[in-house]
Design a protein around this ligand. Structure first.
Ligand code: AHR
Length: 506
C-alpha cells in the first residue's frame, strides 16, 4: 500500500552538518576470473581483432575512464583461493594452462591476464589495485612473495624478476585481501580456525611491507564477532573487515511490482549489515584502532544469473535505482565503510558494462555510478526528509533471496537521497523509487544556501524494466538540463518515476 500525503515532500540538506569524507573507494569495483568478466569482457588479448590496449578492450577502458574507477579488486572472489600468482607472470607463451574453478564453473585458465596486465589496466583507468590473496590453497610464503614481487624495491631476485618482466618501479599495491570467503569457497574454515590462519598470513605480509592494508574475511554477525575477538589482541594486523551482500528477486527483466520493490529494499539489508558490523567493531576494538568495513562484494544477484549462463543477466533500471539507494547508505556510513566494490565490473552479475563479440553497451547501473561520481572526495552532508511518501510491502514475489532483506513491519520510503560538498560546490542525488508515479519535491538547504542555476542530470528511461542491449545501446541514458534556484534558496523538482537525479550547484 502506498502512503502519500497531500503535503509536498521536502528534502533538507544541512550544508554545515558533515558525516565524514566520501572516500572514492566507496565507488569501487570487482573483476573476477569468472565467466566473461575478465576473459572476453575486459580482456581480449593482443591478437584480437577487437581494438585493445595491451590486451584490454579499448572501448571498455574508455567507458571506465569516463566514470572513474577508484578501485579494482582482482582476481577473485572464489577464484582467489586457488590462484597461484606465479602462473600469470613472464612471457605469455611460457605461462602454464591451469585448471581454474570459481562458483561452480571449471575452465582452462590461460593465465594471460596476470599481475603485470592487471596493474597496467589499473594504471590505464586510474584505479587503486586491490589484490585478493590465496589462503585456502596457498601458503604464507606464496602470498608474501607476491607482495615482495609487486612492491619490493631492494635488489632481490624477485624484484629483478619483476624488472626483467617489464616493471622497473614498485607496483605499490596497498590493499591485500587475506583470502576470500574463507568460511566457504576459500577453504571452509570456521571463524576461530580462519583467525589463526589470518594471523599467520597477515604477519608475514605486513613484515614484507608494513604499508599494506590487510583485509580479513567476514561473514555474518556471529562469525565476524568470533573472528574479531580472536584478532583483538593483534589489531595491528587488521585494517579492514570484509562483508559481502547480495540479494535478488524474480526475473532480471520481467519482474512483478512486488519484486521491483523487493530489489529496491536491498539497501536496507546493506545498512543493517554495515550498522551491525560497525557496532561490533567499535565494541571489540574498544576504540584502539579504526577497522574499516570493506563491502568488497555487493550487488543484485538475479536468480537466473547462474553458472550455466556465466552468471549473466539483463540489467535494468530497477537495478540502477537500487544501486542509488546503496550509495546513499554508503554516504551516510562513510565514516565506517572504507571501501565498497560492486560485483562485478563487466558482464557478470550487476555489471556496469556488457559485451557480445565486438559490441559493448553500458547498463543502467553504469549510469548510477556516473550520477554519483561527483560525490567522490566530497564531505557527506546530513539530509532529512519531511512528508516523504512510503509504501508497505505486501509480498515478495517469487524466488527471492535472502528472506531477510528488509523489515516487513516497516514501510519503505519511496524517495532516497544523499548530498555532499566539495569546496563551494554541492552535489545532491535523489531517487524516486515509485514504479509508475512522478513525485514532486522541494529541496531546501540549511546553512549556506546556493543561488543561480544548477545542472540537473537525470537517468532517463521509459520503463523500470528498460535495459540497454547490443541492438539498443541508448534506451537508458543520462540527460542534462538546468534548473533555477528560487529566491529563498529552494528548488522545486518533479522526479520522474523510477529515476535517479543528481543536482550540481556551485
Ligand atoms: O561474485 C561472485 C562470487 O560471489 C564470488 O566469487 C564470491 O566471493 C561470492 O560468493
Amino acid at each position: 500500500m502506498t502512503s502519500t500525503s497531500k503535503l509536498v515532500p521536502t528534502l533538507t540538506v544541512r550544508t554545515d552538518d558533515t558525516l565524514g569524507t566520501i572516500s572514492p573507494l566507496l565507488h569501487g569495483h570487482f573483476a573476477e576470473h569468472l565467466g566473461r568478466c575478465v576473459y572476453d569482457g575486459l580482456w581480449v588479448g593482443t591478437g584480437s581483432s577487437i581494438p585493445n590496449m595491451g590486451g584490454w578492450r579499448s572501448d571498455v577502458v574508455a567507458a571506465l575512464k569516463k566514470i572513474g574507477v577508484p578501485m579494482l579488486r582482482w582476481p577473485g572472489g572464489c577464484f582467489a583461493d586457488s590462484y597461484h600468482w606465479r602462473d600469470g607472470i613472464g612471457p605469455m607463451e611460457s605461462r602454464p594452462r591451469t585448471f581454474a574453478e570459481s562458483c561452480g564453473i571449471n575452465v582452462v585458465e590461460t593465465n594471460e591476464a596476470g599481475t603485470h596486465e592487471f596493474i597496467a589496466l589499473c594504471r590505464a583507468i586510474g584505479a587503486e589495485p586491490y589484490l585478493a590473496g590465496n589462503v585456502g590453497s596457498g601458503t604464507p610464503q606464496e602470498l608474501m612473495d607476491w607482495v615482495h614481487y609487486c612492491n619490493g624495491t631492494a635488489d632481490t631476485t624477485l624484484v629483478r624478476e619483476r624488472i626483467a618482466n617489464g616493471h622497473p618501479e614498485s607496483m605499490n599495491v596497498r590493499y591485500w585481501g587475506i583470502g576470500n570467503e574463507n568460511w566457504g569457497c576459500g577453504g571452509n574454515y570456521d571463524a576461530a580456525a580462519y583467525a589463526v590462519e589470518y594471523r599467520r598470513f597477515a604477519t608475514f605480509v605486513k613484515q614484507m611491507d608494513s604499508r599494506v592494508q590487510a583485509v580479513t574475511c567476514g561473514l555474518d554477525p556471529a562469525w565476524n564477532r568470533t573472528l574479531m575477538e580472536a584478532l583483538s589482541g593483534k589489531l595491528g594486523l587488521v585494517d579492514h573487515l570484509s562483508i559481502h551482500t547480495y540479494w535478488g528477486a524474480g526475473h532480471a527483466a520481467e519482474f512483478t511490482e512486488e519484486e521491483y520493490y523487493y530489489i529496491l529494499r536491498g539497501d536496507e539489508k546493506v545498512e543493517r549489515d554495515v550498522r551491525t558490523a560497525a557496532e561490533m567493531l567499535s565494541e571489540v576494538t574498544e576504540g584502539k584502532k579504526k577497522i574499516g568495513i570493506a563491502l568488497d562484494e555487493w550487488g543484485i544477484w538475479h536468480p537466473q544469473a547462474r553458472w550455466d549462463c556465466d552468471y549473466e543477466a539483463t540489467s535494468t533500471v530497477r537495478d540502477a535505482v537500487a544501486a542509488a539507494g546503496v550509495f546513499d547508505v554508503l554516504h551516510r556510513w562513510c565514516a565506517d565503510v572504507s571501501m565498497a566494490n560492486i560485483a562485478q565490473i563487466v558482464n557478470v552479475l550487476q555489471a556496469l558494462i556488457q559485451t557480445k563479440g565486438a559490441d559493448m553497451w553500458l547498463t543502467p547501473t553504469y549510469y548510477a555510478f556516473a550520477l554519483y561520481a561527483p560525490h567522490q572526495n566530497g564531505e557527506s552532508l546530513r539530509v532529512e526528509w519531511k512528508d516523504a511518501p512510503t509504501r508497505s510491502q505486501e509480498g515478495t514475489g517469487s524466488k527471492t533471496w535472502p528472506e531477510s532483506v528488509f523489515d516487513a513491519t516497516s514501510a519503505m520510503p519511496l524517495v532516497s537521497a544523499s548530498a555532499s560538498r566539495k569546496g563551494g560546490a554541492l552535489a545532491v542525488s535523489v531517487s524516486n523509487r515509485h514504479i509508475s508515479d512522478p513525485i514532486d519535491i522541494v529541496l531546501r538547504f540549511e546553512g549556506a544556501a546556493p543561488s543561480g542555476e544548477a545542472r540537473l542530470q537525470t537517468l532517463v528511461s521509459d520503463s523500470p524494466r528498460a535495459a540497454n542491449s547490443a541492438g539498443e545501446q541508448d534506451r537508458v541514458t543520462v540527460r542534462e538540463t538546468s534548473v533555477s534556484v528560487g529566491g529563498d534558496g529552494a528548488i522545486a523538482l518533479t522526479l520522474p518515476p523510477h529515476s535517479i537525479q543528481t543536482l550540481l550547484l556551485g
